[in-house]
Design a protein around this ligand. Structure first.
Ligand SMILES: [Zn+2]
Length: 263
């Protein structure tokens, strides 16, 4: 499967300008499949949908920087997107759902239950009900799934596309693995922020220095910080395996490398 790498939520938080949200557009035999969506067109038109988090994340208002525009730039219609597989339901990952109202939306049962019928009080700045008001077509996946690899379990939601439960950042967070024509690509979502935690170099061989603020951001945003180290260890094992590339949603160095390598 050919996979395109897209920054679908350019943001400029204080001291972390140039933050990205790494989204995949997958040319799947069954239709176009997205892994995460970033912000959507409605978020750019009406930033109040994002609530107070927008003052921290400071999204760029640019409708061209959406998954919908990326799909159209590839010569497709947004109706061609049949499925969206989500790492989690935070506002910077799901805002684009409304641009694909016909698609099936895959998530874990734990993550769905954190948001519906209503998010808990302390989660209402991260889970934004306005982004789900179009009544998405949920495909909810319960349980840990089957034995997968590197000691992890997975739920194959479409042929070659696997949800890998990895709670910590949020209660039902998952990584999403895609069998691409360039090996297994694993969108770790927010299970790791700084790629230098699990690899010394980017895929093209550039050395990766630690980004301390990304690590701080990760700790602050975690629903269960005790799980962070275990998730990092699992991602390190996965990335070290032959033919596997792990990338965080928010490390722009990995996005730059992988998008320049894409066809
Ligand atoms: Zn995020």
């Amino acid at each position: 499967m050919i996979v395109h790498h897209v920054n679908a939520a350019p943001m400029n938080p204080p001291f972390l300008s140039g933050l990205v949200a790494h989204v995949l557009v997958v040319e799947h035999p069954q239709g176009l499949v997205l892994v995460d969506t970033g912000f959507g067109r409605s978020d750019h038109r009406d930033p109040s949908r994002l609530g107070s988090a927008r003052f921290l994340l400071r999204p760029e208002r640019d409708e061209a920087a959406t998954a919908a525009s990326a799909v159209e730039a590839l010569g497709h219609s947004t109706d061609d997107v049949t499925d969206v597989v989500l790492t989690h339901l935070d506002l910077d990952h799901v805002g684009g759902l409304a641009d694909f109202p016909g698609a099936r939306i895959h998530t874990t049962a734990d993550e769905h239950a954190a948001v519906f019928p209503r998010p808990g009080l302390r989660d209402r700045s991260r889970y934004r009900s306005a982004q789900f008001s179009h009544d998405p077509r949920w495909e909810i996946h319960a349980g840990p799934g089957d034995t997968w690899r590197e000691g992890l379990t997975g739920i194959e939601v479409l042929p070659g596309v696997t949800l890998v439960p990895m709670p910590g950042h949020t209660v039902g967070h998952a990584a999403v693995a895609v069998e691409s024509d360039r090996g297994l690509l694993v969108n770790a979502g927010d299970a790791v922020f700084d790629a230098s935690v699990y690899t010394a170099t980017s895929p093209s061989g550039r050395p990766l220095e630690p980004v301390r603020l990304l690590r701080v951001f990760e700790r602050v945003m975690a629903a269960d910080g005790r799980r962070i180290a275990g998730n990092h260890a699992a991602l390190r094992r996965l990335h070290a395996a032959d033919g596997v590339t792990v990338f965080p949603a928010h490390d722009r160095r990995m996005l730059a490398d992988l998008s320049s390598a894409a066809v």
